[in-house]
Design a protein around this ligand. Structure first.
Ligand code: PMP
Length: 391
């Protein structure tokens, strides 16, 4: 009998397992399933980027690097961020290469939170935010976003959710799982609030290049925000580099220094091979990135139209690669809908509740899969809805 659970720390034992994993263990064993569940690009990393990784290996570049990342990569990051987002960061002191945005967010929270501090974030959101906060012995404070508002963060809701002890605000535009964004006017209000309450903002920009409507604005570029924002970004989504596990954080030197300590002792440095590939992505990856973005946009237009035609209300996500239709109109809750759809028609979508209580009544459908598969999913969902309607 395995009773080793008694060794697991209380705050870890109490964390729920990600609702997505069990579901997708079933899907991966199912023949002929169409998965709209996956949260990563269906594209392989563009060849010239893979080639940079191969060249690194060929040249025998297999060592550790500076804890902060190679100076070459930090200089490229500095140029890329200044050009595309506005703020200028010093590669020597204000930039840190990490193991994806996952590590960047984790060490940012670990470097800044004292036990009992509170962290505001908008929900539905990426599955790791609340657990990462709990792992710091801190308290997660969700702010609800709604479909009526296209899942943009409403500054009034943020103000209402605030409590004494809130130290950090995590934002993510475009948002996983809703594709919600905040325009400049909303961001200005959020920025004003962050200054008023002296919040440190973590801005997860991982889907920013995959913005389909309007221009993406980073909160770090707004007046008074550079000095209280940690800009978190990576290569997984826009450059289809999930397996490279590479990302970065830019921010004021003292915060980056704190993060560097956590990174230094826990990780040492990001893989040199991935860092070389990342340099190539930043230098020459724009065309492949734009090509992928255009494909996502075509698929988005198709899938959103299809959901609405089928009677599942679905807003137009302004970025990322997820549609978030309302399934509660069928009379089923999100989990039952997803389970029955999988059993009866072998189509996998993720119940919205996997992304927090605010996702109740919705499912996430990823369109990072081929147009043909999305089309097939649409046909199957139509058949499924027919059976529900016929009772
Ligand atoms: N933030 C968001 C919003 C995400 O959706 C993901 C990945 N699904 C991550 C961070 C983590 O990305 P990375 O591969 O850079 O660790």
């Amino acid at each position: 009998m395995d009773d080793s659970g008694r060794f697991v720390a209380r705050h870890v034992a109490s964390l729920p397992k990600s609702g997505i994993r069990d579901f997708f263990a079933i899907v991966s064993k199912m023949k002929d399933a169409v998965s709209l569940g996956i949260g990563e690009p269906d594209f392989v990393t563009p060849f010239h980027i893979r080639e940079a990784a191969m060249n690194a290996l060929e040249k025998g570049r297999t060592s550790y690097t500076d804890n902060r990342g190679t100076s070459q990569l930090r200089e490229e990051i500095s140029r890329y961020v200044a050009k595309n987002y506005g703020p200028e960061y010093n590669p020597e002191t204000e930039i840190l290469a990490t193991i994806g945005v996952s590590e960047a967010l984790d060490i940012m929270l670990r470097a800044t939170l004292n036990p009992g501090d509170k962290v505001l974030y908008h929900e539905p959101c990426y599955v790791s935010y609340a657990p990462s906060v709990t792992l710091c012995h801190a308290e997660a404070v969700p702010v609800r976003t709604t479909s009526a508002d296209q899942f943009a963060l409403d500054p009034a809701a943020l103000r209402a959710a605030w409590q004494p002890g809130c130290k950090v605000l995590v934002i993510n535009f475009p948002t996983n799982p809703t594709g919600g964004t905040a325009d400049r006017a909303k961001l200005l209000e959020i920025a004003k609030f962050a200054i008023e309450k002296d919040l440190l903002v973590a801005s997860d920009e991982i889907y920013s290049e995959l913005t389909f409507e309007g221009d993406h604005v980073s909160i770090a570029s707004l007046p008074g925000m550079r000095e209280r924002t940690v800009f978190l970004h990576g290569f997984s989504k826009a450059f289809a580099m999930t397996g490279f596990r590479i990302g970065y954080a830019c921010g004021p030197a003292a915060v980056i220094d704190g993060m560097l300590k956590v990174h230094q002792y826990g990780i040492m440095c990001a893989s040199i091979i991935s860092q070389e590939a990342a340099v190539e992505a930043l230098r020459n990856g724009r065309d492949s990135m734009l090509h992928m973005r255009d494909k996502y946009r075509e698929r988005r237009d198709f899938i959103v139209r299809r959901f609405n035609e089928l009677g599942l209300p679905c807003h137009l996500p302004r970025g990322a690669f997820y549609a978030f239709p309302q399934v509660s109109v069928t009379g089923l809750d999100a989990m039952t809908f997803a389970q029955k759809l999988l059993e009866q028609q072998k189509v996998a979508m993720v119940p919205g509740t996997a992304f927090g209580a605010a996702g109740a009544g919705f499912c996430r459908a990823s369109f990072s899969t081929s147009y043909e598969r999305i089309h097939e999913a649409g046909e199957r969902i139509a058949r499924f809805l027919d059976t529900i309607r016929r009772g």
